[in-house]
Design a protein around this ligand. Sequence first.
Ligand SMILES: [Zn+2]
Length: 452
Amino acid sequence: MSLESGELHIEEQLLQKTLEHALANVKFYGKAVQRAGHLSSPSLKDFPIIDKNTVEANFEDFLYLDRFPDYVISSGGTMAGAGAFSLRAQEEYEAIYFHNSGRHPRKRYEYFSPDGFAIDLFTHTNGYHWRKPPGLPVLPFTLEQEAHALFLVHILRDGLPIQGHRCYPVHLQGQCGPMRTLTGYIDVLGEKVIPASSSLGTLVYGSHTTRVWKDRYQSIWGSRPRELYGLSEFAPGSAQQCDTCGGFHFRTCWTEFLALDNDEPTNFGDARLVLTSLFPFVQMQPRIRYYTGDIVSVGGVCPATGRISFKFRGREKNSVLSRGDDKTVLFSEVEVQEVLDQMKSVACQTQVSELRIWESTNLPKPPYALGYPRFQILIEEKEETTLACIEIEVTFEPDVEKQKSGHFRELFAGLLFCEAPGIEEAINSGCLSLNISLMPQNSLRLNVKSSA
Ligand SMILES: [Zn+2]
């Protein structure tokens, strides 16, 4: 039995344990499965598909609090309304750490100085939770003032003296907002913080990273960033990007991929991602068959891991689907973001680190926006046609500067059609009506998470 197939077998056992735990201890599941008439030997199919709203409406019925909880974790609610709240226990995090590393979570990590260390750049927007065992060579950093940025530069350039050796960072990871701010800051600082001959491994998490930003990270840090896909409800067990298939795999929760227009499982194409937390990685607030609200592209079975490979395709509420039998995503916020990051005059969210640093520094801003572009996609399904409206905030007066607006819309549409070639055909066949609407800065009511 290979390591991965052994792991898959363990996950099946953990799934069974989870279902039994939920039936015995969690009120919502006790009631839901009893209603369905299945009491002995539960299987996943006996459980209803739920979502954030189900948990919100029945919050206490989802809890199993055999002791006082340690943390409240909240989702950033990425452009999708209210956040999801999870009560979590220290043991859950430790179980994930042990599963991923094979090491005891409370035992001091034996650090060897030639290994270098990692820097983790984050804000507390998802709530405070256990971050690492003692001695693990990861330095958690915040970035809110120029002094923080300058201290980071110092650590990046000069490292730390540990056990009589000079140790340098070899990896930099962070939430997308502060990572973009730090990268822009280093860019305008114009100082080489890492030697020309070396590079830092980088990882960016929190939301989609566009090609424009991947190129920028590569030019500043010397490496193309890896990404994570995860939900705070299942944190920190995120899906990691696989070196073999390039897709993502979860190891600490159970995945199901369901068709876009019914609850049938599918192993290929665009699908709705449904997750089940696994015991012991989630104990206090199990979520079984939890629809993430996200559509993913499923790429078949990965040859290296035996797991189904997937990539984030977009939030369902921001995804415009094709019509007809084999439904796919025509475009989502992913393509819109890719296009807007290539354009000028787009109004962007100002992340707190950017705001604070450039309130006090003498450095100029970089010649590109650091924040998340401000836009929304409104979708209305009519009998024959899907009406989609992309509302984009711009830094000029769209109603006054008519010519500029016309050019912007034309360029945007051209780039979007390149990004998602199915759009033009859908418009020509009458299945899609697309409206691009430019809005003045700060006129949209958007729910952008502060770490973006
Ligand atoms: Zn893979």
